[in-house]
Design a binder for this molecule. Structure first.
Ligand SMILES: C[S@@+](CC[C@H](N)C(=O)[O-])C[C@H]1O[C@@H](n2cnc3c(N)ncnc32)[C@H](O)[C@@H]1O
Length: 210
């Protein structure tokens, strides 16, 4: 799709350590977003339990557990290669007993009754017409019809602990007004916790509350 698509297995440096990156998985070391969200998420911890939707390489969950910001993390992705990739990186960094990894379409594979103090998704914020067929790599960038975002917003609160927080990492190539409308439709207000305006397009760390 573009020059930053991962075509073969790589060993890469990200935030001071080495990570495995598998084909089609979001290359966190080549973009601004993963680093920005990692830094800003640290300010929301420490918490007991972290749920990362769309974990990609798993770097944010693995680093957060390693740093002690999260006692445990559940990391899910719709892309099976991202699931495999996160398992590899959790083992590589010695935190596999505290990072549970699953394949899931947003919250679909979570157990009933599971609750988290912090839920986050560095989401594929670029809007496409509903029904478009995507490769694994494209699914890191596009969400046709904002179907997955709509589910994230409407179902997310169900998985929060009493004082838990539902957050989203969103990019300036996405439709922020449409996202806010989807949040309102789900009975949520949207607040900007942090903004990165240094790159080619901005990124926002957003929080949604009833
Ligand atoms: C922008 S990437 C973020 C990857 C990683 N969290 C990071 O920050 O480096 C978005 C991720 O969301 C995943 N994704 C897309 N649609 C999804 C869905 N419906 N359910 C779960 N994950 C999804 C993609 O496969 C991709 O790994």
């Amino acid at each position: 799709m573009n020059s930053w698509e991962v075509l073969e297995r790589e060993e890469v440096e990200f935030l001071g350590s080495t990570w495995t990156l598998l084909p089609g998985v979001y290359p966190m070391q080549r973009v601004r977003s993963s680093r920005f969200f990692w830094e800003r998420l640290q300010e929301l911890g420490p918490v007991e339990s972290f749920l990362e939707i769309g974990c990609g390489s798993g770097a944010l969950s693995v680093l957060g557990v390693k740093a002690g910001t999260y006692r445990s993390a559940t990391a899910v992705d719709i892309n099976p290669t991202a699931v495999e990739n996160t398992l590899l990186n959790a083992r590589r960094h010695g935190v596999e007993s505290r990072v549970e990894v699953r394949r899931s379409d947003v919250f679909a594979s979570l157990d009933e009754g599971q609750r988290f103090d912090l839920i986050f998704w560095n989401s594929p914020g670029v809007f496409l017409e509903e029904g478009a067929t995507l490769t694994d790599h494209e699914r890191s960038v596009f969400d046709p019809g904002y179907v997955a975002h709509t589910r994230y917003l409407s179902e997310g609160s169900t998985y929060l602990t009493e004082n838990g927080r539902l957050t989203l990492g969103f990019c300036g190539n996405g439709d922020l007004r449409l996202l806010e409308q989807k949040a309102a439709d789900a009975g949520l207000t949207m607040k900007t916790l942090a903004e990165d305006d240094q790159g080619s397009h901005p990124h926002w760390l957003l929080e949604f509350r009833h």
